[in-house]
Design a protein around this ligand. Sequence first.
Ligand code: SF4
Ligand code: SF4
Length: 146
Amino acid sequence: MKNSEILTCFQCGTCTGSCPSGKYTSLNVRRIIKDSIKKDISEQLDLWMCTTCYNCQERCPRGIKVTDAILSLREKAVKNGKILPAHRAVCKFLIEMGHAVPIDDIHIAIREKIGLAQPETVTKYPRALKDVKTLLASTGFDELIK
Ligand code: SF4
Ligand code: SF4
C-alpha cells in the first residue's frame, strides 16, 4: 500500500472500535497506524494480534487499507528477522514436514492401533514432500526462517 494513504489517517479510531481482536488483546490498530508513520514497529508484539478479519479496512472512513498495511508491516518485520518463536517453530515444521501442524509418531501409532492409515497428506509421500521443500526453497522462505 502507498504510504500516502496512511498519511490520510485522521486518528478517528473507527478501526480500533471495529476490531474484535482488540477487545481481548492489547492490539490497538489506530495506534499501530500512527506509530508506523513515525518509526519501525517490527518489534511490536501487537502486530501479531490481528486476525486479518478486515473489519477495520471495510470501515475506515478514509478508505485506508488497514489490514493490508498490517500484513505489509508483518512482512517487513519478518524480513528484519523479527519472528516470534512460536511462528518460527510452525514455519520450521512446514519446511521440514510440509505441514504447519504435522502428525507425530504417537498419533501415527494410535491410528495404526485402531486400523487407520496415515492421513493422506504430503508427509506420507516423500516425493511430494521433496517438491514442497524445493518450492519453499525457491521462494527464499527457508532462508527467512533460518
Ligand atoms: S479508521 Fe482509518 S482514519 Fe480512522 S484511525 Fe483507523 S486508519 Fe485512521
Ligand atoms: S483486520 Fe486485524 S486489526 Fe483489523 S479489525 Fe480485524 S483483527 Fe482488528
